[in-house]
Design a protein around this ligand. Structure first.
Ligand code: UDP
Ligand code: MN
Length: 464
C-alpha cells in the first residue's frame, strides 16, 4: 500500500496542535455494489491514517449488494486487519439513509464518522474533526472533500474557498465562500468555515448529539435529500455545521452510479426532497414546487413524526436560516413576486426556455405550469429564476441570463407597480416586447410608457 501521504494544502495546518484527549470515533461506511479496490482503499486509509486510540472500530454496512466478492471474500479479508471491522448486512435494499442508521445503531464510539465507500483519508484527517467536536459537541464537521479522479483514481486537492449551498430545485451545489465568512475568520484559512449545507457523504457528529437532533429521516429512500434535511435541521435546531479546512478526505466523484433506483431516480429524489421541504422549509418550499412542475403530485408519505421532532426541539423557522446562516442563498428571504412575468400587450411570458447561463432570456406563450416561466422579483430588485438573473450589459440589450452576483450593477431592476414598467437602472431603459427580427426574445428600449413595456408580475401558486 502506498506510503502515507502528507499533504501540504495549507502549511499552517501542519503546525496546529490538537489536545491529546480527544473523543474516539466509529467509522461507518455504507455501500451498495461498491468495487473491491475503492472499498478497500477507503478502509485501509482509515486504519493507516487514524491514530489507533482514536479509532474505536470500522463498521461496514452492506446495503444488499449483489456482488459475490462483497460477501464471504470480504468477511474473510477484514478478519486480518488490525482494527475491528464489523460487517452488517441489510436484509433488503434500503438506501443509504436507513443503512447509515443501522450502522450508527451498532456503533459504540463517542463520535460517529460517516464516509462513502470510495474515499481516501489523508494523514491528519481525523484529529481536527474530533478536536472541533470536543470544543463544541453541537458542531457537525466535514473535512474538505478532495477529488479522486474516476478515470485514473489520482488524488487532487479540493478547494477551501467553496462551501455548500443549494438551488431552487434543491440540488446541492458548491458556491464560493462569501466575504462575510472570510471576514469572520479574519482571513485565517485554518479556521473552520461555517457552511449552510453539507454534501452529506463525509462528516463526523457527536453520538449523543446525533440522537438528540433526530438522527435521519428514516422515511427517505435510496439516495438524495438527506444531506439538506440534516443541514437545515442542524442549523434551525441550534447546532452548527462546519467544514474543518485542516482535514482532507478524498472522494471519487463518479459519472454514473453502480446501482438502480427502485421506482425511478426522479421519483425517489422528488419524494425525499418533498419530505425535507414539507418539514423544514415553511412557505419557502414554494420555490421548489413552482420550478419543478409535477413534483407536487409525488406522494411523500407521512412526515408527522418529523414535524413533531421539529416542535419538540423548538427549531427556528426557515426564514431565520435564510437570514442568518445563508443570506447569499438562491432563495430570496424577501421578494415581491414569484411566478410568471407577463407582457400586457402580447400576453406572452418571459421564459428561460430551459437554457443555461449566458444565453438570452426568451419570451413565449404563457403556460401557467411554472418551470421555465417562473421568476422572482426580489427585495434586492433582481429578477431571478433559480441562480440566474436577468442581466443587461449594453445599451439596447440583449437581456442575458447570468449567475446572480448580489452586487446590483447590471442586475438591478426597478418595477413601477403603477406604470407596470421594468426599468433597468444602469441603462435607464425599459424591458419591451420582441422586435420584428427576433420574436423569441424581449428587447430593451427607451422608456416610453407604451403597452408593450407593461408587465404583470404574478404571485402564482400551483395547485396540489
Ligand atoms: N449507497 C447505499 N445504498 C444505496 C445507495 C447508495 O448504501 O441505495 C451508498 C453508496 O455505496 C455510497 C454512499 O451510499 O457509499 C453514497 O452514495 P454515492 O456515493 O452513490 O453518492 P454520491 O457520492 O454520488 O452523492
Ligand atoms: Mn460517493
Amino acid at each position: 500500500y502506498p506510503k502515507a501521504r502528507l499533504f501540504s494544502f495549507c502549511s499552517r495546518c501542519k503546525t496546529k496542535v490538537y489536545p491529546d484527549e480527544l473523543p474516539n470515533t466509529s467509522v461507518v461506511i455504507v455501500f451498495h455494489n461498491e468495487a473491491w479496490s475503492t472499498l478497500l482503499r477507503t478502509v485501509y486509509s482509515v486504519i493507516n491514517r487514524s491514530p489507533r486510540y482514536l479509532l474505536s472500530e470500522v463498521i461496514l454496512v452492506d446495503d444488499a449488494s449483489e456482488r459475490d466478492f462483497l460477501k464471504l471474500t470480504l468477511e474473510n479479508y477484514v478478519k486480518n486487519l488490525e482494527v475491528p471491522v464489523k460487517i452488517i448486512r441489510m436484509e433488503e435494499r434500503s438506501g443509504l439513509i436507513r443503512a447509515r442508521l443501522r450502522g450508527a445503531a451498532a456503533s459504540k464510539g463517542q463520535v460517529i464518522t460517516f464516509l462513502d465507500a470510495h474515499c481516501e483519508c489523508t494523514l491528519g484527517w481525523l484529529e481536527p474533526l474530533l478536536a472541533r467536536i470536543k470544543e463544541d459537541r453541537k458542531t457537525v464537521v466535514c473535512p474538505i472533500i478532495d477529488v479522486i479522479s474516476d478515470d485514473t483514481f489520482e488524488y487532487m486537492a479540493g478547494s477551501d474557498m467553496t462551501y455548500g449551498g443549494f438551488n431552487w430545485k434543491l440540488n446541492f451545489r458548491w458556491y464560493p465562500v462569501p466575504q462575510r465568512e472570510m471576514d469572520r475568520r479574519k482571513g485565517d484559512r485554518t479556521l473552520p468555515v461555517r457552511t449552510p449545507t453539507m454534501a452529506g457523504g463525509l462528516f463526523s457528529i457527536d453520538r449523543n448529539y446525533f440522537e438528540e437532533i433526530g438522527t435521519y429521516d428514516a422515511g427517505m429512500d435510496i439516495w438524495g435529500g438527506e444531506n439538506l434535511e440534516m443541514s437545515f435541521r442542524i442549523w434551525q435546531c441550534g447546532g452548527s455545521l462546519e467544514i474543518v479546512t485542516c482535514s482532507h478526505v478524498g472522494h471519487v466523484f463518479r459519472k454514473a452510479t453502480p446501482y438502480t433506483f427502485p421506482g425511478g431516480t426522479g421519483h425517489v429524489i422528488n419524494k425525499n426532497n418533498r419530505r425535507l421541504a414539507e418539514v423544514w422549509m415553511d412557505e419557502f418550499k414554494d420555490f421548489f414546487y413552482i420550478i419543478s412542475p409535477g413534483v407536487v403530485k409525488v406522494d411523500y408519505g407521512d412526515v408527522s413524526v418529523r414535524k413533531t421532532l421539529r416542535e419538540n426541539l423548538k427549531c427556528k423557522p426557515f426564514s431565520w436560516y435564510l437570514e442568518n446562516i445563508y443570506p447569499d442563498s438562491q432563495i430570496p428571504r424577501r421578494y415581491y413576486s414569484l411566478g410568471e412575468i407577463r407582457n400586457v400587450e402580447t400576453n406572452q411570458c418571459l421564459d428561460n426556455m430551459g437554457r443555461k447561463e449566458n444565453e438570452k432570456v426568451g419570451i413565449f406563450n404563457c403556460h401557467g405550469m411554472g418551470g421555465n416561466q417562473v421568476f422572482s422579483y426580489t427585495a434586492d430588485k433582481e429578477i431571478r429564476t433559480d441562480d440566474l438573473c436577468l442581466d443587461v450589459s449594453r445599451l439596447s440589450g440583449p437581456v442575458i441570463m447570468l449567475k446572480c452576483h448580489h452586487m446590483r450593477g447590471n442586475q438591478l431592476w426597478e418595477y413601477d407597480a403603477e406604470r407596470l414598467t421594468l426599468r433597468h437602472v444602469n441603462s435607464n431603459q425599459c424591458l419591451d416586447e420582441p422586435s420584428e427580427e427576433d420574436k423569441m426574445v424581449p428587447t430593451m428600449q427607451d422608456c416610453s410608457g407604451s403597452r408593450s413595456q407593461q408587465w404583470l408580475l404574478r404571485n402564482m401558486t400551483l395547485g396540489a
